[in-house]
Design a protein around this ligand. Sequence first.
Ligand code: RUQ
Ligand code: CUA
Length: 664
Amino acid sequence: MLKSNWIRYTIVAGILLLFAVMLMLMRGGGKNAMVSGLPNEAMEIARSRELSPDDVYAALATYMPTGRPDEYLMFASGGHSGQLLVIGVPSMRLLKTVAVFTPEPWQGYGYGVMENPLQEKYPDSAYPPADTHHPALSETNGEYDGEFAFIGDKTNGRVAVVDLRDFETKQILSNPVINNNHGAAFVTPNTEYVVEVSQYGVPLGNKYVPIEKYKEEYRGLVTFWKFDRKKGRLIPDQSFSIELPPYWQDLADCGKLASDGWVFINSFNTELATGGMEKGNPPFEAGTAENDMDYMHLINWKKAEELISSGKFQKINNFRVISLKDASESGVLYFAPEPKSPHGVDICPCGEHIVVGGKLDPHVTIFGMSKIKQAIEAKDFEGKDVYGVPILKFDAAKVAQVEVGLGPLHTQFDDQGYAYTSLFLDSAVARWSMGDCKFKAPEGDWKMISKIQTHYNIGHLAAVEGDTVKPSGKMLVALNKWSMDRFTNVGPLLPQNLQLIDINNTGESMRLLYDMPLGVGEPHYAQIMKAERLKAFEVYPEIGWNAHTQTQVDPKFAGGKGTVVVKGNTVEIYTPLIRSHFDPEHIEVKKGQKVIWKLTNLERTRDTTHGLTVAGYRIGASIEPGETVTFEFVADKEGVYPFYCSEFCSALHLEMMGYLFVKP
Ligand code: RUQ
Ligand code: CUA
């Protein structure tokens, strides 16, 4: 064992030497000392740190020299933090926390800046806690286009829009019909719609109905939020929902190519369990797990659009909703039986196969879109559920089942015809081959191939562009719920563990490359995009830029001179910012006056952000090069309040300050 390790060390040392020589050649010479010294030094480090050859391989595969950007970007849910995290892959460096549902002081989000949706929606600063689950990158023809990201908040049934030109949240919408979600957000192949699916059955429209009427009056819901790419906004007036039975709808995926026009949603609790263990009823965990089969919901959203345009909808809280009856009678909604308490549903790259992980079943079940369409055409139903929804025969929709292990949840795909399913109970990733699919593996059969252990309790996994029409393969990240013994103990609340796994070498087993602890909340899902797809601003395009509308506003503020205009009881202040002063530096108002304060960053150099905080007032801003931000507040506390630039922007940054005088 030891001996073979040393043989592998020698190989690694050889590779390092080769690297060094290549580096030297690329640099046209270089310093001989570095080249001849490197392998020995590296060997010494490997020896003294007791690194195995696998460790050295992993280090080489993930290390990013300074100044070299990552090839991929992972957009991960920030879980309870309510935010969206941007992580470089393969280095697993956290690049940004995009403030979405929760205030964020550095970005000045939720601290009085008028130009953001949090301020718009919660002017009283009473922000509800969020629980983000599923980020979705915008797509064009089923590929990520690098323009927008969407993310769902499970707790409150909200969906948000992030513009990837500046990585800022532009819109937050609460579902008007239902107050929780889970299957959100998912996008259709051209981002026509952002899909949001409810989780727990409730009375529609936020009213009280006793639980005894669960079957009659509680419902599930899927909402299709129309996305206007030009405006960068979801448009409620052009959106609609479809009423669903009060089974608990779970994850969803949008069809593409062969299945374009369809959305697939898993469900459990087809038992219609209503819980109440304190009253002697079976608890939810038992009541929802009695049936051997639940129902995958097949939704034809193009048909649904036709119903909407022919006026076949009702309005709930002024939002268009297609009734369950209309949906099941007019070909919008079908069911296909799916094994026991399923969780994830994922569509293969060509759109033909729909993969379901039944969390209480050791198989993934693969359904075929052609078979489903034929069965619907032939009306080959086994019957209807209690709400009148036609149910396809299992065998008429199913293509194959692959036994992958315990607790299969979610599936991703690579470019070689392999699928990867997370196994929660096994704490592992299963790699299996795709059979009769356009993306079929060399094995040519639906077959289990190999497994890799993860640490621990994996939920989602994300492969590079692994849920698009063109997966890239190469790497995947396991998003583990527990980290247990992986890191230094930082108290009973432990970080989650994101593990980077090399899936490049299909001939060999998968390799674990990197553990990234994440201590901000549970990142449920993530998507990994090629970084080259991004077209982010380096600085805002014009001076006087409103980041919320992405337009230049009020060019008069671009002039660069500070002004104060008093109109009755309102004081309007225009403050340009440039290294290293505010203009004006003295702002005098009378107690009780309303202040409208606009600040513009005149800088055109990258990264010259100025900040603003004001003592005593709940104000915080990040004013990026070119940006204009606005505050409106009543100066209701008399006194002398220093305000200062909160970004270390220059050597005289500490001098970049002023006073707000609130006179009696
Ligand atoms: S899910 S519990 Cu995406 Cu597996 Cu939310
Ligand atoms: Cu501007 Cu510090």
